[in-house]
Ligand binder design. Structure first.
Ligand code: ZN
Length: 196
């Protein structure tokens, strides 16, 4: 059985904000009993994470069994710093230009990635990762659009500086996701899920 994750990604946090906001939200989750204060090797995307706390049931959808809490991998990783957050399996189906609304298909009819279409985006992702800035020229309106402004279908792809990654947790409630967004100063957040 594979491991699955959910993420709440803050798409507005700047590189400068991310460390402080991440620490704030982590402290708040500990005080609220959602996670425990201690950290250990309980996540797959970072060295250490926090296991669920005594009040975790308040933030996840009801489940029949609590076995997930006994898995080795059942923690929360607060990831700060430049990161490409994707869903691990499959690829985004399309991406839309925020200036002219041109929708660009990224997969062919067999659901294989269209390499030629992807390539300017992959190059830009590499550049953004190294430098923190990259544009992709839109084939529709010819504008150089910053990579982080392109809109990815299904919210399955994001370049961001802060992400909360929950490993093998039952589905987080919408109320909790909104609460986290408020805690992040009303930033826009994406709630994405994926499997390793
Ligand atoms: Zn455009």
């Amino acid at each position: 059985m594979g491991d699955w994750f959910q993420r709440i990604v803050d798409v507005d946090a700047t590189e400068e904000d991310a460390a402080r906001l991440g620490a704030d939200v982590e402290r708040w989750l500990i005080e609220r009993g959602v996670i425990v204060a201690e950290e250990d090797d309980c996540v797959l995307s970072a060295d250490r994470g926090h296991r669920p706390g005594p009040r975790v049931e308040e933030v996840v959808e009801p489940t029949r069994s609590e076995d997930w809490k006994r898995l080795w991998t059942c923690g929360l990783a607060v990831r700060r710093g430049r990161a490409v957050f994707d869903c691990g399996q499959g690829e985004a189906r399309s991406v839309t230009c925020p200036r002219c609304a041109l929708r660009i298909r990224l997969l062919d009819e067999r659901w294989e990635p269209l390499e030629d279409v992807w390539s300017p985006f992959s190059d830009a992702v590499g550049l953004w990762y190294r430098t923190g800035a990259a544009d992709v020229t839109c084939p529709g309106c010819a504008a150089g659009v910053p990579l982080r402004e392109w809109q990815w279908e299904d919210d399955c792809f994001a370049l961001a500086h802060l992400g909360l990654e929950f490993w093998n947790w039952p589905r987080l409630t919408d109320a909790f996701v909104s609460e986290v967004a408020r805690r992040l100063g009303g930033h826009r957040v994406l709630h994405m899920a994926g499997k390793l």
